[in-house]
Design a protein around this ligand. Structure first.
Ligand code: PEP
Ligand code: MN
Length: 335
């Protein structure tokens, strides 16, 4: 249920609705944005009677929400969510590019790549300090030292930072350094981690689980939002399929499907979706044409020497070319 207040409802009237919701044993979540205040009712085991609210002063509507997810749904919030960063925005027509290596390997590597992607027009630098690798013997990242390198990249280039948290301990560190906390495909249904991210003050980029349906993905976002963090960005990164020509199957249909169901911004990662650098530029262009709000792309100055995901990392000049192509495909202001 969503209780929508009059445009000129007073704070006392809003507080009275919140108090009524709480007196019924439910949780009240005011929804930010829009010109009127709306209050979501959460944790109600069954339907709530709209009549309980309709005669309260300042209340204009009480709308039942039919979806299992509530805060993420368009029923709850009609206008697209926009997330603000120093200097630019993401969502509702504001497009951003996040680029960098799969993993932070050294200060030299990170700074070299960061300068190149910045020159090509990226707004965010990506790079894992904590790496969730398929093999325990593969490179696991530099941990806190990697975060210190990311801090230096931010200071020296002005690029904002997105980096992954793999568990609660790393999230505690990552939120101190990053502008966006990334939650990876393998952790999309790690509910304790999602709840913890819901207590962070930083935006969270939630990658789609490699086997997740749209509903499961949106429910994962709901975990974060239900703890109070409404700054969630969805990221499609390909799902498991039977083909061997690409690492995963990029599901472009999920972009308009997400738009229909949710107000949250959605970006696309063509690097993990394809696993092959020759497939990355066409998939990136297709994702932009399908209406995503941004891209997350792996770039390395020496991909053949990369400690992880070299085969899917673009050479800097390929990334530069792609950025030019995207500007043609998506003319006008970006962010
Ligand atoms: C990554 O972005 O480097 C990563 C590990 O991605 P995913 O969780 O999509 O595999
Ligand atoms: Mn990677």
């Amino acid at each position: 249920m969503l209780v929508v207040m009059d445009k000129d409802a007073t704070q006392a009237q809003i507080d009275a609705v919140v108090a009524k919701i709480e007196s019924l044993g439910y949780v009240a979540q005011p929804i930010p944005g829009g010109e009127r205040v709306a209050i979501g009712i959460l944790r109600n085991p069954g339907p709530v009677d709209p009549a309980l609210f309709l005669d309260m002063p300042g209340v204009t509507q009480a709308i039942p929400v039919s979806k299992p997810y509530k805060l993420v749904s368009r029923e709850m919030k009609r206008e697209d969510t926009v997330i603000s960063f120093p200097g630019f925005k993401l969502g509702r027509g504001h497009f951003v590019v996040m680029a960098g290596p799969c993993a932070i390997e050294s200060e030299f590597q990170a700074l070299t790549i960061a300068r190149l992607v910045k020159a090509a027009g990226a707004q965010f630098f990506r790079g894992g300090a904590f790496k969730p690798r398929t093999s325990p013997y593969s490179y696991q990242g530099l941990g806190k030292k990697g975060l210190e390198i990311l801090k230096k990249v931010r200071e020296e280039t002005g690029l904002l930072i997105i980096t992954e948290a793999v568990d609660q301990d790393s999230l505690k560190l990552v939120e101190q350094y990053a502008d966006i906390i990334q939650i990876g495909t393998r952790n999309m249904q790690n509910y304790t981690l999602l709840r913890r991210a819901g207590h962070s003050g930083k935006p969270v980029l939630l990658k789609r689980g490699m086997y997740a349906t749209l509903d499961e993905w949106l429910m994962a976002a709901e975990y974060i939002m239900s703890e109070g963090n409404h700054q969630v960005i969805l990221c499609e990164r390909g799902i498991r399929s039977f083909g061997e020509h690409a690492r995963n199957l990029l599901d472009l249909a999920i972009i308009p499907a997400v738009r229909r169901e949710s107000h949250l911004p959605i970006i696309v990662d063509p690097s993990h979706a394809s696993g092959r650098r020759d497939l990355v530029p066409p998939l990136a262009r297709a994702a932009v044409a399908a209406g995503c709000d941004g891209l997350l792309i792996e770039v390395h100055h020496e991909p053949e020497k990369a400690l992880s995901d070299g085969a899917q990392s673009l050479y800097p000049d390929q990334f530069g070319q792609l950025m030019q192509d995207l500007k043609t495909l998506r003319p006008g202001k970006w962010f």
